[in-house]
Design a protein around this ligand. Structure first.
Ligand code: HEM
Length: 144
C-alpha cells in the first residue's frame, strides 16, 4: 500500500506541475490578448484544479502511511533535521496552502464578470500556488 501510494503521489506530481504551468501560460495569454473568457477556458482551469485536489487527497493518506510523514513528527526530533522537517511538516503544510490559493483563483474566476479579471484571477493565483509547491518539493528523494 505504501509503495503504491508513493508511486501514485510521485507520478501525479508531474501531472499537477505540468497542468498548473500550462494553465498559467494559457490564462496569461488569454488576458494579454483581451479575448472573452469561455466555458472551454473554465474547463481547462478545472483540470489543473481537480489534479491538485486529487494530489492533496493522496498526499494526506500518504502522510499517515509514510515513515517520513506524521510518524516522524510524532516521534519528535524532526524539527532539527531539515530533510525530516521538509516531508513531515513543510511540504504538507505549504502544499495545503498552495491548493487553497489555487482553489481561490478558480472560484474567484467563476464569480467575476469581466473576462480579463477572470483570466487574471487564474494566472496570478495559479502562479502563486505553483511557486509555493515548487519551493517545498523533496527534490532529493523524488523517485520519479
Ligand atoms: C500539489 C501538491 C503536491 C505535490 C506536487 C507533491 C509532490 C511530492 C513529491 C514530488 C514527493 C517526492 C516523492 C518521492 O519521494 O518520490 C512528495 C512526497 C511526499 N508528499 Fe507530497 N506533494 C503534494 C502535496 C502533498 C500533501 C498535501 C501532503 C500531505 C498532507 C503530501 C505528503 C507527502 C509525503 C508524506 C511525502 C513523502 C513520501 C515518502 O517518501 O514516504 N504531499 N510529494
Amino acid at each position: 500500500m505504501y509503495t503504491g501510494l508513493q508511486h501514485l503521489h510521485s507520478g501525479l506530481a508531474y501531472l499537477v506541475l505540468a497542468a498548473l504551468a500550462i494553465v498559467f501560460i494559457y490564462a496569461l495569454i488569454g488576458s494579454l490578448s483581451n479575448r472573452p473568457f469561455t466555458e472551454k477556458d473554465r474547463k481547462i482551469a478545472l483540470i489543473a484544479f481537480i489534479l491538485a485536489h486529487v494530489q492533496l487527497l493522496v498526499g494526506l493518506i500518504l502522510y499517515f502511511v509514510s515513515p517520513v510523514g506524521f510518524s516522524l513528527l510524532k516521534g519528535g526530533g524532526a524539527m532539527s533535521d531539515s530533510a525530516a522537517r521538509l516531508t513531515a511538516l513543510e511540504h504538507p503544510l505549504i502544499n495545503i496552502v498552495a491548493i487553497v490559493v489555487i482553489t481561490i483563483g478558480y472560484s474567484r474566476a467563476k464569480k467575476l464578470a469581466d473576462s480579463r479579471a477572470k483570466f487574471r484571477s487564474i494566472y496570478m493565483l495559479y502562479a502563486i500556488g505553483l511557486l509555493l509547491i515548487l519551493s517545498r518539493i523533496p527534490w532529493g528523494s523524488w523517485i520519479g
